[in-house]
Ligand binder design. Sequence first.
Ligand code: URC
Length: 311
Amino acid sequence: MSELGYLSAARYGKQLVKVARVVREGDQHFIVEYVIKALLEGDIETSYTKADNTVVVATDSIKNTCNIFAKTSPHVLNAPIFALHLALHFVTKYDHIKKAFIDIEQLKWSRIEVNGKPHKWSFVRDGDEKSLVECVADATNGPENVTADLKVGMKDLLVLKTSGSAFENFYRDEFTTLAEVSDRIFSTSVSIQSVISLPPNIPLTIDNLPEIAKELDFPKVLPQITKDVLETFAEDESASVQATMYVTMQNILKSCSAVKEVSMQLPNKHYIPINLSAFKLDNGLGREGGAEVFHPAADPSGFITATVTRK
Ligand SMILES: O=c1[nH]c(=O)c2[nH]c(=O)[nH]c2[nH]1
């Protein structure tokens, strides 16, 4: 067969590996629920080009590894470190696997409070937002010289404010119909990713993960990022989605020294005041910030993205 193309990229693995893990400390229980994507790269070309499966770590084995690590990894409750553990495993266990890409989506299980006291083993799904980890381990320079990129973030965090948001002085031309507003509803579904600097003085090995985990302190950093997102959204006198997202990312760089870059993607979920004058009802359309009845528009939505990198 004469071939017209060559294999210019190849990566494979398992996605939608769903696993929940209970950790019991006496009668105090903890739970995490993860959706894992684990993909591998390396000397795997012949599996595509020569039907040579000898180089293929089966995607079924990759799934098994995720489940085994959910049982055995001491880092299972700390999603970013657990992702690093899995990624380091794949690139050090198999000589011919040079890169591992581990993405984890963590579903929300918050401890239920009863009479103001955290319950020992009962949890509630009190939000649709997911915590995200993206981890890439690279052993191209050998198993003793693994490097990794680590991002933490979240998606589907739905927020809305009924004041403290304007959109004025935007570019006007013959395509413009939008009126300026000094007071509008601002609603968005927050997607955010923070690039984490790994401690430069600690070699990246599985044995050093406890020390790396201690240094990075994700149980403190992840809630801090959420706090920055929510408090900036609430408090910022928003001139636009663009301006508010920029302030949010600056605040995260300020409060989290391990974050070296932040990216956000924000839909502008429009709430459009409804004209009720046909029914002799004043819906406050003539008064800024006066409308009470809105159409929550399903589409289209604005879509604003940006990245801020530490200087
Ligand atoms: O915050 C906003 N940014 C925009 O770029 C934009 N464009 C628009 O029509 N409304 C808005 N709001």
